[in-house]
Design a protein around this ligand. Structure first.
Ligand code: GLC
Length: 561
């Protein structure tokens, strides 16, 4: 299909930007060794809210097994499963009390084996989320460690007479907790029920190696390593709680040597606060550490002094941030994501979840998926699900939100103000049940859902979108197919165009003889980009029907020449 670019703007449209404002060309590092996961798309299942098979109001493995058609129709290659291990569920499973089993809340080990087999039968792989920076305080290791100062596992955790620093926990309050029974303090970067493991202790590292191997032998295809950059800490550093301590690379190198090497798997490390230079070191293949990381820069740009403080973000800032990472990762590799279980929903955050919900959700997907890196889709994102924005504190479940509320109100902040902040940034925004259909509780459960279902479930749901070619779901399907079929999507050189434009996000990708142009309108106005040289471009993908010379609100296209 040929597009009539260069036509005169429609009356009422503002003059369009010119796509000649090129900035630096990010050239594909010739050392990049092609891997299957470069052209793959990962889908994150946060099991508690995915699908409930037994009516207890909480999602489970059998619920997930029952929905695999949704994932294979979408075309994803890999499923990342958030923790299903036995856990007191203080932090929804990120507080593990047994690394080698399944919590009855989610099912059984046999269910997990069946999930692996069913995914493999459909050509998909399974990545498990492992949380080895900390355990639950109910894990037998910690129970033993805490039992006495002379316990053989005392050194598996950080114990001290007096806190060596004044770090605060990322879930509010001090990071050092006094244990009354033994009179010493232990470190917890997150909740006090999540004590940090001491990776300097060789037995800790050996235990982690064992459990990772055990899962690989069981058939899983890789790991998402929770806050892995925190496993090495410098206790003398005032801001050291974010990790990146002196032994980080050694620890990862050891894991690679002992566990990952020689296996066909995929590893992605969650690395809050990583710089692009650090990310390159973590992912350059010759360094043998990780395959890719989750960086946090692009999801921190609209945050002020803390995550509860939302500040305005301009499109040029966001575009530049992505450009920096395209360039800076060198021969390493990055992930691409908008959403996950810790972030608000992108359509509410950077898009328009009202009038332009469908167009903005699909355009945000287009720009993300057309960058270099492996895209991650978080459950419900492919439906354009919006933030929960609960108006009553009693609807919130996440301890991070509840702790923050208690602490901020105790400090004297007006409760309405704190609640307004939760509505924008709480992790519960993205944790409401997946909206499967318009029946009661969105088809998620026959019981009472553990957290309220989103208010738009009647119209925004998978059943309504499945056969609609103009749905967000159909658009995600097309984006995934594009990555699978056009190598330039995975490997093309990246050049940002129009870096200062406040409404248009445009860039090219160049690979061998093929050049792609991505041009997207991130505004509610009409714009007319003058696409010099692209008049005869072939339209590979557009998010709105009947494309014309003007980019309508939140319209995006991918062209090839
Ligand atoms: C990671 C997880 C988050 C969890 C935290 C502590 O950031 O994504 O959900 O609360 O680690 O384990």
């Amino acid at each position: 299909m040929r597009l009539p670019y260069r036509q005169r703007p429609l009356p009422g449209c503002r003059g369009g930007p010119h796509l000649d404002g090129r900035t630096s060309c990010v050239c594909q590092d010739p050392r990049v060794i092609q891997q299957w996961w470069h052209s793959a798309v990962v889908y994150q299942v946060w099991p508690r809210s995915f699908a409930d098979s037994n009516g207890d109001g909480v999602g489970d493995l059998r619920g997930l097994i029952g929905k695999l058609d949704h994932l294979s129709d979408l075309g994803v290659d890999v499923v990342w499963l958030s923790p299903v291990y036995p856990s007191p569920q203080v932090d929804n499973g990120y507080d593990i009390s047994d690394y080698q089993d399944v919590d009855p809340l989610f099912g059984t080990l046999a269910d997990l084996d069946e999930l692996i087999a069913c995914l493999h039968a459909r050509g998909m792989r399974l990545v498990l989320d492992v949380v080895v920076n900390h355990t639950s305080d109910q894990h037998p290791w910690f129970v033993e460690s805490r039992s006495s100062r002379t316990s053989p596992k005392r050194h598996w955790y950080f114990w001290c007479d007096q806190p060596p620093n004044d770090w605060t926990s990322l879930f509010a309050g001090p990071a050092w907790q006094l244990d009354e029974a033994t009179g010493e303090y232990y470190l917890h970067t997150f909740a006090r029920e999540q004590p940090d493991l001491r990776w300097e202790e060789p037995q800790v590292r050996a235990a982690v190696v064992d459990l990772l191997r055990w899962w690989l032998d069981r058939g899983v295809d890789g790991f998402r390593l929770d806050v892995i950059s925190m496993i090495s800490k410098d206790l003398d550093k005032p801001e050291g709680i974010l990790g990146f301590g002196p032994d980080l690379h050694d620890h990862l190198h050891e894991l690679h040597r002992e566990v990952f090497a020689g296996r066909d798997l995929i590893t992605v490390g969650e690395t809050p606060g990583t710089s692009v230079e650090q990310a390159r070191l973590l992912t350059e293949p010759e360094r043998r550490e990780l395959d890719m990381v989750f960086e946090f820069e692009h999801v921190s740009l609209d945050r002020g002094v803390s995550k509860w403080d939302v500040v305005p973000l301009t499109l040029p800032t966001l575009k530049r941030c992505f450009e920096t990472w395209q360039d800076g990762i060198g021969s390493g590799w990055n992930s691409l994501y908008w959403d996950n279980h810790d972030q608000p929903r992108v359509v509410s955050r950077f898009g328009d979840d009202g009038e332009h919900r469908v167009a903005s959700a699909s355009t945000l997907a287009t720009v993300l998926h057309l960058h270099r890196g492996t895209p991650f889709i978080y459950q419900g994102e492919e439906l354009g699900m919006a933030d929960a924005r609960f108006t009553s504190l009693s609807d919130y479940r996440d301890l991070e939100s509840l702790n923050h509320y208690a602490e901020a109100v105790a400090r004297g902040q007006p409760p309405e103000q704190v609640l307004a902040a939760l509505q924008r940034t709480s992790r519960d925004n993205a944790r409401t049940p997946v909206q499967w259909d318009s029946s009661q509780h969105a088809g998620f459960t026959a019981g009472t859902p553990w957290i309220p279902v989103g208010s738009a479930a009647g119209t925004v749901n998978a059943a309504a979108q499945r056969n609609d070619p103009h749905s967000v779901l159909a658009h995600y399907r097309r984006l995934i197919r594009l990555r699978h079929e056009v190598p330039a999507v995975a490997y093309g050189d990246f050049t940002l165009l129009l870096p200062e434009d406040e409404r248009v996000w445009a860039f090219t990708r160049h690979y061998e003889q093929v050049e792609l142009l991505v041009v997207a309108n991130l505004s509610a106005q009409h714009v007319v980009p003058a696409l010099d040289g692209w008049q005869d471009g072939e339209l590979l993908l557009g998010n709105l029907p009947e494309p014309g010379p003007v980019l309508r609100p939140w319209e995006s296209r991918v062209l090839r020449r």
